[in-house]
Each structure stands twice: as structure tokens, then as C-alpha cells.
Write a protein that binds this ligand. Structure first.
Ligand SMILES: C[S@@+](CC[C@H](N)C(=O)[O-])C[C@H]1O[C@@H](n2cnc3c(N)ncnc32)[C@H](O)[C@@H]1O
Length: 202
């Protein structure tokens, strides 16, 4: 049975975004001012493309964005030359080395999520593995002072990930946007102001 179109889905269609998830990012942008004109952004799990489209609209002519997903994007508005899309798996070494070459980034976003299986526990575990990988990529590609947003399904073991983010950033916190469905276990972890650790030579 087809799900009835909710308020945010309708709004996304009216505003020419491919997915309702854009309003979660908009809320985080309003609250934390993550995006600024001229920045370079990495969007992990970027399809169908509403976060990328939202960012590109705000980054201006000097900004740029790299999107990665297993699936192709489905933009409603042409993304332009400042957009680069890599089709592939964020766990593959080919993708991670390309991301390093294309960086460093001011902002790393990850809305990546596993296909839902019907088991909350399995989905939470899959989402946590993806979120750890996103944090690892961020730690290797962010500029000092850069920011991170990463989606995670709450399932009991995500506290350790938040502690890891706290160890890498000046500030870390969880945030559940209003546009996130009430029944959804998803939440977002934010790392604000990346403090790159300088390796001390022995
Ligand atoms: C909720 S959607 C992202 C929606 C996107 N932020 C938008 O606004 O259009 C989650 C995406 O994560 C992607 N994904 C899941 N696992 C991935 C992986 N290992 N590597 C790359 N993409 C992945 C899925 O293919 C899916 O397109």
C-alpha cells in the first residue's frame, strides 16, 4: 500500500527537492550554521540528492561538493560544474582514497543508511557500522575547524560513537530534527570544530 504523502514530502515536491530529508538538513543549518559560501563539502550516502542540492544552492560559485552513493542521484535541479559524484561504497578503498585526493573538506555530511530489514536491531547495527566509517572518513579528510553531521539509528551502542566524536571535535552532540519521522529511531550526531591531532614524531 502506498504511504500517504506527509507534510514534509509534499513540501519537498513543491520546492523541487527529490526527498523530504532536505528539511532535516535545513533545520541543522538554521540551528548550527554548518554551511557557508565558498566551502568544500563531502556528502556521504547522497542519493537521491536533496542534501547535495540544498548545499549547492548555498555554497555559491566558489563552493563545491563531492557526493558518494551506491545509487545514482536524482536531481530535480541540475547540479552544475561544482558537483562531483562518485558511485560506490564508502567502505571501499577505491572510494576512500578518491575522497582523500578530492579533499580536504570544510564539512562532512553522512545521511547514509542501510536498506531497512524489518529488524530494528539489525538496522541499528548496520547504521552504526556506516556511521563509524563516516567518522573515520571525516577524521582523514576534514580541514582543522571543520564540521561533521552523521546519521545513526538508536539501538543501544551508539554512545561509544558519540564519545569518539567528542574526542575529535571541540563540541559534540546529538540532534533529532523535527522533520525526522516520529517513529524513526534515527538521530544525528554533530561534531563541531575538528581538532586535527598532530602526530608526534618519536
Ligand atoms: C536516506 S538516503 C540519503 C538521502 C540523502 N541525504 C538525500 O537527501 O537525498 C541513504 C543513502 O545511503 C546510501 N548508502 C547506504 N550505504 C552506503 C554505502 N555503504 N556506501 C554509499 N552509500 C550508501 C543509500 O544508497 C541511500 O541512497
Amino acid at each position: 500500500m502506498k504511504r500517504a504523502e506527509d507534510y514534509y514530502s509534499k513540501l519537498a515536491r513543491l520546492k523541487d527537492f527529490p526527498a523530504r530529508s532536505v528539511f532535516k538538513l535545513e533545520e541543522m543549518q538554521d540551528r548550527f550554521a554548518l554551511l557557508k559560501a565558498g566551502q568544500k563539502v563531502l556528502d556521504l550516502g547522497s542519493a537521491p540528492g536533496s542534501w547535495s542540492q540544498f548545499c549547492l544552492q548555498r555554497l555559491g560559485p566558489k563552493g563545491s561538493l563531492v557526493g558518494v552513493d551506491l545509487e545514482p542521484a536524482n536531481f530535480k535541479v541540475l547540479p552544475g560544474p561544482k558537483y562531483r559524484f562518485l558511485k560506490g561504497d564508502i567502505f571501499s578503498s577505491e572510494i576512500t582514497s578518491s575522497l582523500r585526493e578530492l579533499g580536504p573538506y570544510d564539512l562532512v555530511l553522512s545521511d547514509a543508511a542501510p536498506r531497512t530489514s524489518g529488524s530494528g536491531l539489525v538496522d541499528a547495527q548496520g547504521s552504526l557500522e556506516i556511521a563509524w566509517q563516516a567518522v573515520e572518513i571525516a577524521a582523514n579528510t576534514l580541514k582543522p575547524g571543520g564540521n561533521l553531521v552523521v546519521k545513526v539509528f538508536q539501538g543501544g551502542e551508539e554512545g561509544q560513537l558519540l564519545r569518539q566524536i567528542k574526542s575529535l571535535f571541540r563540541r559534540a552532540r546529538a540532534f533529532k530534527p523535527k522533520a525526522s519521522r516520529n517513529k524513526s529511531r534515527e538521530t544525528y550526531f554533530l561534531g563541531l570544530y575538528f581538532e586535527a591531532k598532530v602526530e608526534k614524531k618519536a
